[in-house]
Design a protein around this ligand. Structure first.
Ligand code: G3H
Length: 481
């Protein structure tokens, strides 16, 4: 709840952007440094959040909704003033194109405004008053306590705020840890967070997650874990809480969204949507299409057109106009892509396009891989990068089976034109994933739509109103009439 001057250890922040040095070596640019806090500092941050919550008696959890909204609007005014700085930091830190970095910032401000509007509507909701069997009651949405928020590197601002903002608006106090990649961009917002909210309501930790986060949960003082990140980490963290069944979790996790392209699909449209769905921001989206299942009768022309469309994508630096493929966070990610390609090739798949590195060690040409089969890494693993695996099917039941047997259950795209066939597939699919996209790619937005997942992909529902619900509980005051 206060700004702390740091004179302890710092770590360098490396950009995905590489430069060639005089000795000929190509290295990632060092663009800044962040504090490496230890457990004593994260303990202090948690203690501040616990004090500000004060068993629900703190200034923030007891403040009226209208006052909380005023604080949030003060914050957003200050945040808007930092747009250029934050946008450039997003671009330099995670290699997102300048256009998409701007979109991420603007989408976040719009999300905050929409969440405030939804909160006003919830607060005026007629269902807040109940009368039954001689009782009259006022029903309220009340906060849950201390929320630990963590977002992913691919949407460091937007998806951290997708939980932090609704958690705050509902009256919770927050500890948040910026992602490892995408961390500097929060610095210009820290003063706004400090000045807009009462002391201790928002506390930021710059520390290695593996060192401090399990300990925060083991303290038993975190009431809600809000994580958008990996399923493996979420499972590990939940186990740290002394009474894990009492830890509420709001989680957005791994996904392996498939596209099912039926024999009568409009090929131009399917190719356009599959390229964008698989390769926007280099495939580094939880909603990206990560497996394309194509009817055998059209797989040849589909591959041909996909190959042409992928070859036409513009690779380059994130500030270049019209750039579509930009550097990955570090050489460990290009090494993973190489390994997945080698594995597929050694088991009989062909790499039809691209692959391999480039002069910039983090820039990776997208690859189309076919046929991808059970047993290959790319068949089940979430590649989270510019690899596009394709498999074919004869009977649509085989495609359904892929979805049914997946560990993940976020979304599916379905391409076809016969309403009867599409209709017959929707019901089984929507009971396996949380969104079926008809003739369009998978995506989270519009942000007022529910965003959820089944199986390993999520816990709880995010979106504007759903997130307000996720960070609150319905309580009531009842009296005999
Ligand atoms: O990375 C996961 C995000 O929720 C994806 O959001 O579909 O708007 O790109 P998006």
């Amino acid at each position: 709840g206060e700004l702390v001057t740091w004179d302890g250890e710092c770590r360098p922040v490396l950009s995905p952007i590489c430069v060639r040095h005089a000795d000929g070596s190509v290295r990632q640019m060092d663009i800044g440094s962040v504090p490496v806090m230890g457990v004593e500092h994260s303990d202090q941050a948690l203690a501040a959040a616990v004090r500000a919550w004060d068993h629900g008696r703190g200034a923030w959890p007891t403040m009226s909704t209208a006052q909380r909204i005023t604080c949030m609007q003060d914050f957003t005014r200050q945040m808007a003033a930092q747009r250029d700085t934050v946008v450039r930091l997003i671009m330099w830190e995670i290699g997102k194109s300048l256009a998409d970095s701007r979109k991420e910032f603007d989408r976040t401000l719009e999300y905050i405004e929409a969440t405030i509007a939804a909160l006003k509507a919830l607060d005026n909701d007629a269902s807040r008053f109940a009368q039954a069997e001689g009782f009259a009651g006022q029903i309220r949405r009340t906060p849950l306590g201390v929320v630990l928020c963590m977002g992913p590197y691919n949407y460091p601002l937007n998806e951290t705020f997708a939980t932090l903002i609704p958690a705050l608006l509902m009256g919770n106090t927050v500890v948040f840890k910026p992602p490892q990649y995408g961390t500097l961009l929060f610095a210009p917002l820290l003063e706004a967070l400090r000045s807009a909210f009462p002391p201790g309501v928002v506390n930021t930790i710059y520390a290695p997650g593996s060192l401090v986060v399990p300990r925060l949960l083991a303290s038993g003082q975190v009431n809600v874990l809000a994580l958008i990140g990996s399923s493996r980490i979420a499972d590990h963290l939940k186990k740290q809480h002394p009474k894990s069944h009492r830890l509420r979790a709001v989680l957005g996790l791994d996904a392996k969204n498939a596209a099912i392209v039926l024999a009568d699909a409009d090929l131009d449209l399917a190719v356009r949507e599959c390229v964008a769905g698989a390769l926007s921001f280099n495939g580094q989206r939880c909603t990206a299409l990560k497996m394309l299942l194509v009817h055998r009768s059209i797989v040849k022309p589909f591959l041909q057109r996909m190959g042409e469309a992928i070859a036409a994508l513009k690779l380059g630096m994130p500030w270049e106009d019209g750039v579509q493929i930009t550097p990955l966070p570090g050489p460990h990610r290009t090494a993973y892509m190489d390994e997945a390609l080698r594995d597929a090739q050694s088991r009989g798949a062909r790499v039809l396009n691209g692959g391999g590195g480039d002069s910039c060690v983090t820039l990776y040409r997208p690859a189309l891989v076919y046929p991808v089969r059970e047993g290959m890494q790319l068949y089940r693993e979430e590649q989270f990068g510019p690899l596009v695996p394709v498999a074919d099917f004869e009977d649509v039941e085989e495609a359904l089976q892929y979805v049914v047997t997946s560990e993940h259950g976020q979304q599916v795209s379905l391409f076809g034109q016969d309403p009867a066939q599409l209709g017959a597939l929707i019901d089984p699919l929507v009971n396996q994933v949380c969104r079926v996209n008809l003739n369009s790619q998978c995506q989270r937005g519009p942000d007022v739509f529910p965003f959820a997942g089944r199986k390993d992909s999520a816990e709880g529902t995010l979106s504007v109103t759903d997130a307000l619900r996720a960070f609150s509980i319905r309580s009531m005051v009842a009296a005999r009439q």
